[in-house]
Design a protein around this ligand. Structure first.
Ligand code: IMP
Length: 200
């Protein structure tokens, strides 16, 4: 059976990828399950570069496997697409998201509705045993809210307001969010691409 290693330490992401690939004859492993303990330096300038850095670093440890990795973040148009690839590191990795979210709201205090557009971006990268790489990218578009809202999710979820749902991504259930989210869409695109190419 083909082995797919998803280069993440995040259990939530593992659950999502396992569910997505459940109908295929593949064994899906986390880094820990594959016995891979490498440090990955995410110093790329784009989501694509970072996702490719992750799969290539892990691929050296498991050359026979299909490696998948993701990179994601929040882009705020009014802030020239910040924090972007620096989303996790914005204001410091250990700063609580309540503080980061309020800082973004404050930086948009002069921005009217039309200027508040923002999105979560997710790029999925794949590395095949023959060295080929592919990436898929998807977004979920919204606006930076005027205050935090919603109890679900993580990170910047309480400030990405989705007008058509009348709430933020933190106001959606996990199932709803997975159906429409940047990560869900990019993962499904990658699944289709790998099926089309006969990889899985
Ligand atoms: P990573 O791709 O797991 O490194 O995530 C990068 C950062 O982007 C996260 O730490 C969050 O700050 C932010 N981010 C990515 N996706 C989401 C999301 O779905 N909701 C909220 N924040 C997100």
């Amino acid at each position: 059976m083909k082995r797919v290693i998803f280069a993440t330490a995040n259990e939530g992401k593992m659950k999502e990828i396992r569910l997505l690939l459940a109908d295929l004859e593949v064994e899906v492993l986390s880094l820990k399950e594959a016995g891979i303990f490498v440090s990955i330096t995410e110093d790329g300038k784009t989501f694509e570069e970072n996702a490719l850095i992750k799969v290539k670093t892990v691929g050296k440890e498991a050359p026979e496997a299909i490696i998948l990795a993701d990179d994601s973040g929040l882009e705020v148009d009014y802030l020239n697409r910040e924090p972007g690839v620096y989303s996790a590191r914005y204001m410091g990795e250990d700063t609580p998201y309540s503080v980061k979210n309020q800082a973004i709201i404050d930086r948009l205090s002069d921005a009217v509705n039309e200027e508040r557009s923002a999105r979560f971006v997710c790029v999925i990268a794949a590395l095949l045993p023959d060295g080929q790489t592919f990436t898929t990218r998807a977004t979920i578009e919204g606006q930076i809210g005027y205050q935090e809202e919603g109890e679900n999710g993580f990170g910047y979820d309480p400030i990405l307001y989705l007008p058509e749902y009348h709430t933020t991504t933190a106001g959606l259930s996990m199932e709803e969010k997975n159906r429409i989210s940047h990560r869900g869409k990019a993962l499904r695109q990658m699944k289709e691409l790998l099926i089309d190419k006969g990889v899985i």
